[in-house]
Design a protein around this ligand. Structure first.
Ligand code: NAD
Ligand code: UPG
Length: 427
């Protein structure tokens, strides 16, 4: 099948590479000329495990350009452009609008237009109406809402092994499901069909539920601290109940990234637009917004006064196995330490600080970061940090505090080397 992907970001490039691997002829369009140049040189503009190799392997079936004319040959167009937050919490649909403008002048033969970008409830219905308003004949296209559930850091694996494929269809559309099954032929997952708006809401509900689990365990961590109980024991204890499950119950600095913060806000905004008061979503966000304060306060209590203290921060990205720093709690903590007079040596295996900060230096190794440090903070749970030689860490540091901001370390290993361990809800 000839497929055109619009937007060569985390979702678009992964989709393009995976669909090419499944045997389709894929063309990927992006308006960012730098990205297209890099891709045509065989480079991926961001770090995502396995993606560069998969793109290289499918070189013959995968092309990149900024040419909209290439849409003409495609039977399926997959929209993967960004849908960033607006200051009021709503969704900025300017990139979707720009795509609709282009599609309106390009569509001359029948297309299945698939929305993979995360868009607020009602957007796909509106997109259909917009295309018709812009002059595209209704019989020349169908819209399908096919939200994406991949995680950064395991995007390629997730796209080959989804737990479901959600397909939102127009009310009288009895052909697009077969088109989607042909697109994903070779991927073994149950299909869930619903309306366009139903599919949009499944995506938001999934992210909201996962964020709720994180805020729940972060609130439990606060309670655990007050009762001198280890929150990891609580997470294990409740996680063994299959009705609860063990995932997304790791307390820490809070959730970040380009999805959870914006999508929970967008769902709250959508609810309010229909006069529904989203009490739970508000609480989830309040807990997340104050989680950094709670963690910072713990550090302050141990190291006060913070002014002129040297802190080693391990981790800059919002989660491991990515170089993405969008809404990264690690970066927010580094900023807070800098604002409070600390000297920070930050290290990340892949990510780079998104802006220069006073008294903050990004260094090239853990070894460099910890030299003479008064305290060490694990801000992102990269594997590399779990397996440090704590004896060597102790010898290099000036102080003894290790703050495990991701509850990912073996506390006994840390303590055995004479360091002081402090986690989130792990007194
Ligand atoms: N990142 C994730 O893990 C993830 C997972 C699931 C869903 N999503 C959703 O998928 C969408 C894309 O997210 P992303 O992280 O891949 O974004 P991204 O910012 O990495 O990539 C978006 C790409 O679209 C391009 N673009 C924007 N407007 C364009 C236009 N008019 N024409 C051509 N190209 C254009 C940009 O240049 C950019 O390369 C968002 O709606 C996001 O919420 C993201
Ligand atoms: O127990 C946990 C699990 C995660 N996190 C944090 O939550 C954030 C998000 O993590 P994760 O969900 O793994 O990363 P994303 O790549 O943002 O993926 C989420 O957002 C995507 C975009 O919508 C969805 O497609 C995915 O299904 C959804 O997991 C990160 O800051 C994590 O550190 C925790 O604090 N505790």
């Amino acid at each position: 099948m000839n497929i055109c992907i619009i937007g060569a970001g985390y979702v678009g490039l992964t989709t393009a590479a995976v669909l090419a691997e499944l045997g389709h002829e894929v063309h990927c369009i992006d308006h960012d000329e730098r990205k297209i140049r890099l891709l045509n040189n065989g480079e991926v503009p961001f770090y995502e495990p396995g993606l560069e190799e998969l793109i290289a392997k499918n070189d013959n079936y995968l092309t990149f350009s900024g040419r909209w004319d290439d849409i003409k040959r495609a039977a399926v167009v997959v929209i993967c452009v960004g849908t960033p937050p607006r200051p009021d919490g709503g969704t900025d649909l300017r990139y979707i609008e720009a795509v609709l403008d282009r599609l309106a002048t390009t569509i001359k033969s029948y297309k299945t237009i698939v929305t993979k970008s995360t868009v607020p409830p009602g957007t796909n219905e509106w997109m259909r109406a917009e295309l018709i308003r812009k002059g595209v004949k209704p019989q020349l296209f169908r819209i399908v809402s096919n939200p994406e559930f991949l995680r950064e850091g395991s995007a390629v694996y997730d796209m080959f092994h989804p737990d479901k494929i959600v397909v939102g269809l127009e009310p009288d559309d009895d052909q697009s499901l077969a088109v989607m099954q042909a697109v994903y032929a070779g991927i073994n997952a149950p299909y869930l069909t619903t309306s366009l708006t139903g599919a949009e809401l499944i995506k938001y509900a999934a992210n909201a539920f996962l964020a709720t689990k994180i805020s729940f365990i972060n609130e439990m961590a606060r309670i655990c601290d007050a009762f001198a109980v280890d929150v990891n024991d609580i997470a294990r204890g409740i996680g063994l109940d299959p009705r609860i499950g063990p995932h997304f119950l790791r307390a820490g600095l809070g959730y970040g990234g380009s999805c959870f913060p914006k999508d929970i806000k967008a769902l709250e905004h959508a609810a309010r637009s229909r006069q529904v008061e989203p009490h739970l979503l508000k609480a989830v966000q309040t807990i997340n917004a104050t989680q950094l304060d709670v963690c910072f306060q713990k550090l302050n209590e141990q190291l006060a006064p913070l002014t002129d203290k040297k802190i080693a921060v391990l981790g800059i990205s919002f989660k491991p196995n990515t170089d993405d720093t969008r809404f990264s709690p690690a970066e927010a903590l580094i900023r807070r330490l800098s604002e409070n007079g600390c000297t920070v040596a930050a290290y990340d295996p892949k990510a780079t600080l998104s802006e220069p900060l006073t008294r903050v230096t990004q260094v090239q190794s853990v070894h460099e970061a910890i030299q003479g440090a008064d305290g060490l903070v694990i801000a992102t749970d990269w594997d590399e940090f779990r397996t440090l030689d704590w004896g060597q860490v102790k010898a290099a540091m000036n102080g003894t505090l290790v703050f495990d901001g991701r509850n990912c370390l073996d506390r006994h290993a840390v303590e055995q080397s004479g360091l002081r361990y402090m986690g989130v809800g792990r007194p």
